[in-house]
Design a protein around this ligand. Structure first.
Ligand SMILES: C[S@@+](CC[C@H](N)C(=O)[O-])C[C@H]1O[C@@H](n2cnc3c(N)ncnc32)[C@H](O)[C@@H]1O
Length: 349
């Protein structure tokens, strides 16, 4: 609910921080719109990953004892990087959607470089972070050309598709599961439409649906990243006075039928600890939070989807892909799947 001092819709041109009366860059306007929505407050997931958020996240996912997704995918790539590299002929463009530090992608880069020259296009909204990581990759791998694309997934896909050369497109870290559940099919169909017959799409997905291990994986270790750093960013970007101690971090797991097409998913959110008013100086607004009112971490209900193999295959087929190969870890709860364009992409339903 709105505070009495101003409207929740900021009177801004939304153009840039020079011309906007409230000094909000145009690219942050979707964040303002979703945070101030009276029906359902949420933050786009990309907003959680500024440079500091990306650094904290990378450190946590590699070292955590309970969040094992990074290690599961790493172990599969370690064993099968050569198989994956062999899926495209030389020379190839390697595109990494939501690349972050590309820490697991290094395994694919090494396997590809054994065969031919590689141009690497990391795609991520955390532009400065991937540019820094890209410079390190070029130092570490002579012969590798890195051309970072700071922007959204599909802009990066279109940007890469416009280049000549065969593409190996990676979407690792189960990041598809962070895309709003209503958008996933459409996104995969659009990716399919941008690929040629010789291109391949490597998708890594989490298949763990054990509530207990998930509640540990998505527990308090995320608070420094997805509460404290996030609130610091909101305060900095919008001149806010949010107090991170006044927001709790919440985990929930929504289990869907294993027989249906809709995967189960983890839902994460912040909730207001009591009734409170937050002021955002640069927006010229107050937001009144009810006790326990949520700020969700996505437009859709899901923060992180957990598929089973049947659901994964169904999604791939409905998107216009055929399964070329698939690899799972020892525990059988993580899958890396290689998809090949098949026929004509079906229209979105
Ligand atoms: C879960 S992390 C995965 C990182 C890495 N691929 C891995 O497997 O460890 C998701 C990454 O995607 C980026 N990201 C999130 N939403 C995005 C979007 N809509 N477009 C581009 N990048 C996005 C984030 O900045 C973050 O670096």
């Amino acid at each position: 609910m709105m505070g009495s001092r101003a409207s929740e819709t900021p009177a801004t041109t939304g153009s840039d921080d020079v011309t906007s009366p409230y000094h909000v860059p145009a690219e942050l306007m979707p964040v303002v719109t979703s945070l101030t929505s009276p029906e359902r407050r949420y933050l786009p997931l990309w907003y959680l990953y500024d440079t500091r958020g990306s650094e904290l996240c990378e450190e946590m996912i590699q070292t955590s004892k309970s969040y094992k997704l990074w290690k599961h995918e790493y172990s599969i790539l370690q064993t099968h990087a050569d198989d994956i590299a062999s899926k495209v002929s030389s020379p190839a463009v390697l595109v990494d959607l939501g690349s972050a530090a590309s820490s697991k992608t290094r395994l694919i880069i090494e396997a590809m470089l054994k065969r031919h020259a590689v141009t690497f296009v990391p795609v991520d909204t955390a532009k400065e972070f991937i540019e820094t990581c890209g410079r390190q990759l070029e130092r570490d791998y002579p012969g590798l050309t890195v051309e970072p694309f700071g922007g959204f997934y599909m802009d990066g896909v279109r940007h890469s598709a416009a280049r000549s050369g065969i593409k190996l497109l990676l979407f690792l870290g189960s990041s598809l599961g962070n895309v709003s559940i209503r958008e996933q099919l459409k996104m995969l169909q659009e990716i399919r439409a941008q690929l040629t017959d010789q291109d391949r799409f490597i998708l890594g997905v989490d298949m763990n649906t054990d509530r207990e291990t998930l509640s540990q994986a998505y527990g308090d270790q995320w608070i420094p990243i997805w509460r404290d750093n996030l609130i610091s960013r909101l305060n900095m970007d919008f001149g806010g006075d949010m107090n991170h101690e006044m927001f709790a971090f919440n985990f929930d797991f929504v289990e869907n039928s294993a027989d249906g097409d809709t995967p189960s998913y983890v839902q994460l959110s912040l909730s207001s600890s009591g009734k409170q008013r937050v002021h955002f100086e640069k927006l010229g607004i107050d937001i009144d939070f009810r006790d326990d009112e949520r700020i969700h971490f996505n437009e859709g209900p899901n923060t992180s989807c957990k598929w089973n193999m049947k659901q994964l295959h169904s999604l791939a087929e409905r998107s216009g892909f055929a399964v070329d190969a698939q690899w799972t870890n020892d525990e059988d709860n993580y899958c890396v799947i290689c998809l090949a364009p098949a026929g004509v992409s079906k229209p979105t339903v």
